[in-house]
Design a protein around this ligand. Structure first.
Ligand code: GLY
Length: 371
């Protein structure tokens, strides 16, 4: 495990094509952001803060006031919160604002919010004038440990999640950890789905640390959170550095997402993403046990940990058969081969291409409990 508690740094640098590409900066507030933005030479640039209707009223004005003295102009573009707005119409409205305010290739977008905001803003940045710079300022746990890192940007298309998008790296990821205090408990804990995933796929010691520090994590104790974010972002950063375009290792980050995405869609987005990942991780751990890779004890430990963070391990009201069909129709299956991420051990995941439809059905049966 990365020994985070000793000399915890305030940043991690992520490389792209073996060169330093952007920093992930950890801070307790927004006080460091001007110093970080100054490194991007913002004095002659216009900045657009893109945010949504829940996060904007909390932080957009504060952020704008802090940055304003150091750049040419700051504007705020706000869209209506929610996965249902993660589409090209929302991106079109961003283009409209940028055109009306005469943004050119030298200008900059700041994505202030959760995963939806980061993905949409990153996609607008990747495509407006064939690419302008953008900065991620994630305000949810899920966005901080996962979606803000690694340059996956995009929108949903009809019922297909993240169907249209681009790999486009941010210039900076700035995390104000205090924003996590304003999250409703359910949304905060949903992010723990991705955090537990990091332990399960890459780091047994970290997984054990999460168990040992459960109370402090649930209470959002600042020092514990900083350590957790540092380790999780380091795991995510190293994986995307090794495989930025998901040709291999990056697929490990999809652990729990195969069944998870199907559940998310079939439950009509009534469950949060991290909750669906938690259910999907139960399915994937169960399959790992059935294949003889992990023991019953390890399977039970994984499920117990997921439950410990008040995340669901099963759901109802949908059919295992539907989950299997939705999984097979997922865009990641277009080559006709199911890529399923399994555990060989806690902290050691593999990409398996030897999973049959029957296996998926059995794992779905484990996590769908209808009366
Ligand atoms: N969220 C998974 C990835 O960034 O690859």
């Amino acid at each position: 495990m990365f020994k985070a508690s000793e000399n915890l740094s305030d940043r991690i640098t992520v490389n792209y094509e073996e060169k330093p590409c952007y920093d992930i900066v950890f801070s307790k507030d927004f006080s460091q952001i001007t110093n970080e933005l100054k490194k991007l030479n913002i004095e002659n640039r216009k900045l657009c803060i893109v945010t949504e209707s829940n996060v904007g009223p909390l932080y957009a004005e504060e952020l704008s006031e802090i940055i304003k003295p150091f750049c040419r102009k700051v504007i705020i573009h706000q869209f209506e919160a929610g996965e249902k707005n993660k589409n090209v119409n929302t991106v079109n409205k961003i283009y409209d604002t940028l055109i009306k305010n005469k943004f050119d290739r030298n200008d900059l977008l700041l994505a202030l919010g959760g995963g939806v905001t980061g993905d949409i803003t990153g996609f607008a940045a990747a495509t407006y004038l064939r690419g302008i710079d953008f900065v991620q300022i994630p305000t949810t746990l899920l966005a901080q440990v996962d979606s803000s890192i690694g340059g996956k940007t995009g929108v949903d298309f009809e019922a297909y999640k993240n169907m249209v998008g681009a790999f486009y790296m941010p210039k900076l990821v700035y995390m104000n950890l205090s924003t996590l205090n304003s999250l409703p408990k359910r949304e905060y804990l949903s992010g723990m789905g991705e955090v537990i995933k990091h332990g399960l796929i890459k780091d047994k010691e970290y997984f054990n640390w999460l168990n040992e520090n459960k109370d402090k994590i649930i209470d959002r104790d600042y020092t514990t959170l900083k350590e957790m974010l540092f380790v999780s972002c380091n795991i995510k950063g190293r994986v995307v550095e090794n495989d930025p375009k998901e040709k291999g290792e990056r697929a490990l980050l999809n652990f729990g997402h195969t069944v998870g995405h199907a559940v998310e869609k079939l439950k009509d987005f009534s469950l949060l993403h991290g909750e669906c990942v938690a259910i999907g991780m139960n399915a994937a751990c169960f399959l790992s046990m059935k294949k003889g890779f992990i023991s019953k004890k390890e399977y039970e430990k994984a499920v117990e940990t997921i439950k410990m963070f008040e995340l669901p391990v099963n759901t109802s009201g949908i059919e295992p058969r539907e989950v299997t069909e939705a999984t097979l129709n997922d865009k990641k299956m277009y080559s006709g081969i199911i890529k399923f991420i399994l555990l060989m051990d806690i902290g050691n995941a593999i990409i398996s291409r030897e999973i049959a439809k029957e296996d998926i059905l059995n794992s779905a049966k484990r996590v769908i409990v209808n009366e």
